[in-house]
Design a protein around this ligand. Sequence first.
Ligand SMILES: *Cc1c(COP(=O)(O)O)cnc(C)c1O
Length: 400
Amino acid sequence: MTTRRHARLALDGGRPVRATLLPYARQQISDEDVAAVAAALRSDWLTTGPGVPRFEASLAAATGARHAVAFSSGTAALHGAMVAAGLGPGDEAITTPLTFVATANAVLYAGAEVRFADVDAGNLLIDPAKVVAALTPRTRAIVAVDYAGHPADYESLRRAAGRAPGGPLTIIADASHSLGAVRDGRHVGTMADMTTLSFHPAKLLTTGEGGAVLTDQDDLAACLRRFRNHGIATELAARMDWTYAMVELGYNYRLTDIGAALGSSQLARLDEFLARRRDLAVSYAANLAGHRYLDLPTVEAGTNPAWHFLFVQLRLDRLTVDRGGVYRALRAEGIGVNVHYIPVHQHPFYRERYPGSAFPVVDAAYDRLLTLPLFAGMTSADVGDVVAALDKVTRAYGTD
Ligand SMILES: *Cc1c(COP(=O)(O)O)cnc(C)c1O
C-alpha cells in the first residue's frame, strides 16, 4: 500500500472530477441542421430524390475526389468498395487488425479472405513492411485504416502493391476517422483508389447512419452506384417508362434524402469541426507531453490529422493496475474513456476463422490503449477535467 498522499479516487468513494459523464464522442447538431432535415421531410422526396446527388457533389468538392457515392452506412460503403475492387472467392485482402470489425467483415462479405498485417508502434497505422510480408499470389487489395484520423502511408503502400506477385492491387482507404486530414499535401479522398467514409454520429460529421465511397475512377464509381441500388444499371434510370435492367446482384444500400440533407448541412461546417478538433488535440498534447504514465501518439511529418479521437498508451510498467483498472477509475471520475479497438483477430469469430494469429505490436499496444474524449462540442474546461482525472488516477496507481 502506498502511503503517499493523493486525492481519494471516486472508485474508492472519493469526490469525482466530474458530476456527469463526459462522453468520448458526441454529434454536433445546429438549428440549421434541424431546419435542413425538416425541409427534407416536407419535400417530395424522402429517398432517391435530389438531396443525395447534391450531398455527393458537395462531398466530392470538399475532398477533391472526382466522384462521391453515398451509402446507407460506412459498412455498406466498405462492402461496395470490396466488390468494386473485384474481390471474390479465392482472393485475399490485407488489412490492419486495429480497426472496427466492419473493415475486415466487408472483405468476407465479398467472399474473399482477410490477411492481417501488424501496425507501427508509434502511430498504430498499418506497417507497409508487414504488408509486403503478407503479400501472396492471391492478394488483390490493401485496405488501410486512417486510425484516429491520421492518414496511413499510402505512398509506401502503393510501392508495396507494386511488388505483389499476383499482379496489380487496389488500394482502399477506410477513412471513417480522417475526413479532412492531409498528408504530404494530399487530401483524404485522393490518396487511394477508393476511400470510404462513415457518417455515424460518433464520426467527424453525421447523417444518422450513412457512408460514402470517394474515387477518381469512373468505372469504379459506376460499379458502386449499381451495387448500392440492387445491381440495376444506372444508365436506364432516366428512361421515362417502367423498364429497368438488373445486370448483377446488388443490395439496397441507399442513403435517404433525410440523411443527405443532414449531411449537406453538416458538411458546410466541416472546417469548423476540424479546427475545433485540432485545437483540442493541441491542448491535450500541451497538457500531456512528457507525462510519466502515458505515451502520446506520434504524428508523421507533413501530416495534419483529422483527430476523430485521441488515443494514449499507458505506461503499464509504472502502474500497479492494468488498463481495465485505469479505465474503471476514469469512468468513475466522470470521464467517458473508451478503447479503440479490440484487435479484430482477437474476436471469437476471427480466432476460429484464422487460428493462431498473433501480431506482437498491436497485441502489446492493445493492452495499453485508452481513447480520450474528443468531439467538436467539447470545451477547454472539459480537456482540463480529462487531464485532471488522468493525473489523479495515474498518481493513485503509480509505482512511485
Ligand atoms: C465507424 C467505422 C466503420 C463503420 O461505419 P458505420 O457507418 O458504423 O457502418 C468502419 N470502419 C471504421 C474504422 C469505423 O470507425
